[in-house]
Design a protein around this ligand. Structure first.
Ligand code: G6P
Length: 322
């Protein structure tokens, strides 16, 4: 896929499953903000059962760690049949999806540790790797912004190392939540897919009841047993995300401009005395990469007392034939 091909794109459809779907939801914010292109995100198993309107100026992006998940593969085939161009983001070089795509971006994140391992199916087309080059096709992002984001992207391994060094804090959070039965994760903007992802990992690995909610619709959540979200973001007044959001929803209190701030401080004080995890501050658009990590550890530590975390029972996900 050439840069001219990319420049001709007018609309983007992302198809994926599970965690990859949540990554696609984050990508929607980034593509709409930086490239100014309208972007849809579909759960792959649903994509071909609606009537997606695609043409040669539509780019369908399949996101899949394994590159083998059959629903995503079928979705990409459906997109191609409708005349769209297909780009795959995958961690596995020469996976089935990569072979059928017009272009591939490899995440090169190393082998996935999980069970069962991906099962490859058969090749039929060649494909070509694309380098991650922000270039002339970028419509809305400014050069300075791109440079700063690239710096932060390159620093992400160190940032993630810093998070990994503090997983003990997450274990303490999990310890406090040992008796909790239901888990509700709240997030706004790119924090919403992070909340969905946190809940997915809790379900997949810990088998607890977990739901992710858009922060604005948290009032529809049943009374949570572990609310607000048990982590807080460095550089953002050290507030748990959930409480920050609730403050916004209530708005300023009449007759006392300072009250919300004092309430926030009191809550932050209370919060700082309870187990919590703090993650490093990064550009909000990159925050999901950082925030997903403690949530994965939370699922892990919640699972540990319950069963063998290395053999989750419901993850025969790779190739499900209909
Ligand atoms: C499950 C896994 C995720 C994975 C998803 C889809 O939800 O827990 O980690 O992203 O399946 O698999 P794929 O290989 O297509 O990303």
């Amino acid at each position: 896929m050439s840069h001219d091909d990319l420049r001709s794109i007018e609309r983007v459809c992302i198809v994926a499953c599970g965690s990859s779907y949540h990554a696609g939801l984050v990508a929607k914010y980034a593509i709409e903000q930086w490239a100014g292109l309208p972007t849809d995100v579909d759960i792959a198993s649903e994509f071909r059962y609606r009537n997606p309107i695609l043409n040669e100026r539509t780019l369908t992006i399949g996101v899949s760690q394994s590159g083998e998940t059959v629903d995503t593969l079928q979705g990409l085939r459906a997109a191609r049949e409708r005349g769209g161009k297909v780009l795959v983001v995958s961690n596995v070089v020469d996976s089935s999806m990569a072979r059928e795509a017009d272009g591939v971006l490899y995440t090169r994140a190393g082998p996935r540790w999980g069970w069962p391992p991906p099962r490859p199916s058969h090749p039929d087309r060649g494909s070509r790797a694309l380098g991650p080059r922000p270039g002339p096709g970028t419509r809305h992002a400014r050069a300075g912004e791109i440079a700063s984001l690239m710096d932060q992207l390159l620093a992400l391994p160190d940032t993630l190392e810093a998070v990994l060094e503090r997983t003990k804090d997450v274990a303490e959070v999990a310890q406090e939540l040992t008796d909790a039965r239901d888990f509700f994760y709240l997030g706004r903007h790119v924090g919403h897919p992070v909340a969905l992802e946190g809940a997915l990992k809790a379900k997949e690995i810990s088998y607890v009841r977990a739901e992710g909610y858009a922060a604005g619709s948290s009032s529809t959540a049943p009374s949570p047993s572990s609310s607000p979200a048990p982590w807080c973001r460095g550089g953002h007044a050290q507030l748990p995300l959930g409480e920050d959001v609730l403050e916004h929803r209530r708005g300023p209190q009449p007759g006392s401009d300072d009250r919300p701030r004092r309430q926030r401080r009191r809550r932050a004080d209370r919060r700082s005395r309870r187990p919590h995890a703090v993650v490093p501050a990064v550009d909000p658009m990159l925050a999901p990469v950082v925030d997903a990590l403690p949530l994965q550890f939370l699922a892990y530590w919640l699972a540990r007392p319950r069963h063998d975390v290395d053999r989750p029972r419901n993850l025969a996900k790779t190739v499900t034939v209909e």
